[in-house]
Structure formats: C-alpha cells, structure tokens
Design a binder for this molecule. Structure first.
Ligand code: ATP
Ligand code: MG
Ligand code: FE
Length: 336
C-alpha cells in the first residue's frame, strides 16, 4: 500500500510517499521560514501564495525521490485541519486533483494526529498510550485509548509551548522560529534566571505559558530600565527549565493515572534537546517507555500525515471529494 500525503497546514509545503504506513519512500519538505523571518512570524496571505508556487514541483519531486509511478499509488491523503485556512486549501485542492485524475480514494487527516503518528514510522506502538503534544499551535496531553481514539485530558489555557518559545526568542532578539535558538542558548548557559512554574490546580493536566512569558519580559524590562547587563543564555535556560519541568511532571502523572503503556512525544517542540533529555531520564527512573520521533519527523512533514492516513486506509474510511478545510478541526472528532 503506497500513500501519497500532502501537508500545507502552516508554512511548510510537504509531500511524502509512504509504504504500508511505515516505510518512507520520500518526504520532501519545503520550509517558508526565510520568507516569514523578516515579519517575525507566519503571514497567512504570504503562506498560501508560497504553497501555490511550490506544491506542483514538490509533488513531482516526491514521485522522483520515491521512484514510484502514479499508477502504483493506493490513496492520496491530505491535512484538512487544523491550520491556516488559505494554506490548507492549497493542499486540499492539489490532493483532490491528484486523487480524481488517478481515480484514487482521498483520505483527510488531522494535523495533530499526524504529529502523534509520526512515532509509528519508527516505533511499535502499544495501546493505551499518552502523548505529550507540543507544537507551534498546540500543547496537549492526549490519552489514546486504542488506535485512532483520542481523549484530550489537558491542554494549554493560553499560549502553546512553541508559541511561548517563539515570543521569548523574539524578546531576546533571536531569529524566528526561536525554539531551536533558545534550546541552544540554554545548553550554553552556566546559570539560570529563576522563573515561575505554572502548575495550576493540583489535579489539572492543563498548561499555561503566558505568565512565564510575562515574567521573562519583566526581567528584560527591569534590566533595560536599570541599565543592568543580563545574560541572554541565563534567561533562555531559566525559561526552558520552567517549561520542561511542568511538561515532564504532568506527562508522567498522566501516564501513571491512565495506566498508559508508553509515553509518546510529538510536535515541533519535541525536537527540544532539554525536553528530550529530562523526559528521557524521568521516564527511565519511572520505568515508562518513552517514544519520540527523530528530529526531522518532529516538525511539520507529510510522512507523518501518510502514517496517520494509513489507519483510515486499513478501515476503508475515505473522505468525500467535497472534503472541507477545517481551521479549527477537533482531534477527538477525527477518530478512526
Ligand atoms: P501545530 O502543529 O500546532 O499546528 P506548527 O505546525 O506551526 O503548529 P510545528 O511545526 O509542529 O508547529 O512546530 C513548530 C514549533 O516548534 C515552533 O514554535 C518552533 O519554535 C518549535 N521548535 C522547533 N524546534 C524546537 C526546539 N529545538 N526547541 C523548542 N522549540 C522548537
Ligand atoms: Mg512551521
Ligand atoms: Fe505542526
């Protein structure tokens, strides 16, 4: 079974061909990051236009790199939400055109289900598991009861983890996206600025990062007003320690409370070295198997969309050709 998948929910245009939901034959990712960098964030209008410019050659490139002919495909999959509506539409139109020309079934995929099932490309999953989803737009603890059955048990009440990273990076005058820069600085730091941790109610699995972001801004403002020199690395380290602490402790508590067999890390912030290290050592202590995708499969890519689509393919759950772009698509609504 060969599935061609298209991902255009934000600012990466990506097309992949994956065999049997596991073997990546090609996974072409074209990032628009240089285009958006000068605006300090993704500009939706510009993102859609860029997707239009690149989608056709990226599809061709995905076929070339895979050495697969169009006639060998079994289905076409596409992210139909959540994401930027204009960006999603470009992928949807391309996927529908391809599926209808090749007379193939169409499969709609939830972007976050893709991030979670990126793990399936490299690991054997055991249910039930808990997934810690940390990305540019989402921060969620998801209990996955069985294949494709999601229950969100906690989520951010304000900023997503990646969003907080990008905002703090901006305050530190680091380039967009700031996550990887803060991660690097935090590792170089010899000391850490002490910052608050938002634990919320004792039994809550929710997160909050806006207070932490404000605390960082307050430290920077104070330093600026008093003309005190500060170490950006120490701020980065303090911020990262605070984010990682809360993510790790809540994830482990969820694993234990729900009797999960594994903890799956997912989303762009899953590429964070500090988070991977701390989760790794806490899971080892607690005897919890931790799965994480390789760095290249943490950030947006279409191979993860093909992996999630394979679950629907096996069940014959195909989408109608009037499949809509759903900017606010709910994960629980996507269940297989
Ligand atoms: P969503 O998946 O919620 O729709 P998105 O697709 O825009 O959002 P991803 O591509 O999954 O987000 O992740 C991008 C985010 O990951 C950015 O906020 C970026 O700063 C962050 N990120 C990437 N690498 C790292 C890292 N090493 N440390 C921290 N954050 C990182
Ligand atoms: Mg992106
Ligand atoms: Fe994403």
């Amino acid at each position: 079974v060969c599935i061609l998948a298209i991902e255009t929910s934000c600012d990466e245009t990506s097309v992949a061909i994956v065999r049997d939901g596991k073997e990546i034959l090609s996974n072409v990712v074209s990032s628009q990051v240089e285009t958006h960098q000068r605006f300090g964030g993704v500009v939706p209008e510009v993102a859609s236009r860029k997707h239009v410019e690149s989608i056709t050659w990226i599809i061709e490139e995905a076929f070339d790199q895979a050495g697969v002919a169009p006639a060998e495909l079994s289905a076409v999959a596409v992210t139909h939400g959540p994401g930027l509506v204009g960006s999603l539409l470009v992928g949807l139109v391309a996927a529908k055109a391809l599926a209808s020309a090749l007379e193939l079934p169409l499969i709609g995929v939830h972007h976050i289900a893709g991030h979670i099932y990126a793990n399936q490309l490299v690991h054997e999953l055991e249910y039930p598991f808990v997934s810690l989803v940390v990305s540019g737009g989402h921060t969620e603890l998801v209990y996955v009861e069985s294949e494709g059955r999601f229950h969100i048990i906690g989520q951010t009440r304000d900023d997503a983890a990646g969003e907080a990273y990008d905002k703090v990076a901006r305050a530190l005058k680091l380039p967009y996206p700031g996550g990887p820069h803060i991660d690097r600085l935090a590792h170089e730091a010899s000391e850490a600025v002490t910052l608050p941790r938002a634990w919320l109610e004792p039994d809550s699995y929710d997160f909050s990062f806006s207070g932490l972001k404000s605390a960082v801004l307050a430290v920077l403002n104070q330093a600026g007003m008093k003309g005190i020199a500060f170490e950006p690395a120490a701020v980065a380290r303090g911020f990262q320690d605070s984010v990682v602490d809360v993510l790790v402790e809540k994830a482990l508590r969820a694993v234990q409370a729900y009797g999960a067999k594994q903890l799956l890390l997912a989303g762009g912030v899953a590429a964070n070295k500090g988070l991977r290290e701390r989760l790794g050592s806490r899971c080892a202590e607690a005897g919890v198997p931790l799965l994480a995708p390789p760095l290249s499969l943490c950030t947006d890519n279409a191979a993860m969309i093909a992996a999630a689509a394979f679950l629907k393919y096996r069940r014959g759950q195909f989408a109608p050709f009037d499949l809509k772009a759903e900017p606010l698509l709910k994960l629980e609504a996507w269940s297989v």
